[in-house]
Design a protein around this ligand. Sequence first.
Ligand SMILES: [Zn+2]
Length: 248
Amino acid sequence: MFCKSTLNRLLNCLSYARSKQSYATNKSTGIHNLKLAQLQFTRLSQNTVSVKCWKCGIERKNLSDLFCESCHAIQNPHEKENYFKVFNLDVTYDVNQKNLTNSYRKMQSVLHPDKFSNKSDAEKEISAEYSSLVNKAYKTLQTPINRAIHLLLLNNEIISEDNKSDNPEFLMEIMELNEEIDQADSPEKLKSLQEKSNQMLDRCSEEVSKCFEEGNISKAKEAVIRMKYYNTISKRINNLMREMGIVD
Ligand SMILES: [Zn+2]
């Protein structure tokens, strides 16, 4: 029995193997590995994914349902790693914020502790864990940069603190922007720098969206790294403005 996330991981491996193959078509070992992965995937997809209700043991039909069709007990989240799937949304950077918020509110109202006050300890525990997953997933998908980092992760690309830009022109631009912030002597100046930084952030976000749409993950990663720099600058200006009492 394989869960959906295992299948997704294998799919990711497959697309990775395919991209590798285009770089090394005449390396027989690469092709051999790819064939193996394809064979494994075919075997997996022939096995129907079967998930049983933890309480009554019935085989579940609609895995996106939060409750068992038969005994109505709350079920463990079927998707834990893919935050888009937690909300039954398409896995895309350009997420519909309205749909996301609607789905979040709906799920949190269903998972509210009050609804489980008369239920068993197991159901209380599952609903609390589910609710914290929904919160975490919502916070991640709500913010463009965190959504982009999550989407990269789903494509086997990890962004860490160590990921720095190696573009000298860009780094110079960031340095100059930071100097301007150091020298800003009025709220107006800070506000205009904030605007400038937000514009750059928006521009990066558009680039990230385009890269994901084209399936260019390495280019998306570069744009997300630049996004991180502007995000840091934006936070820095916000803190300064807060200290000056300009914003709450
Ligand atoms: Zn059941």
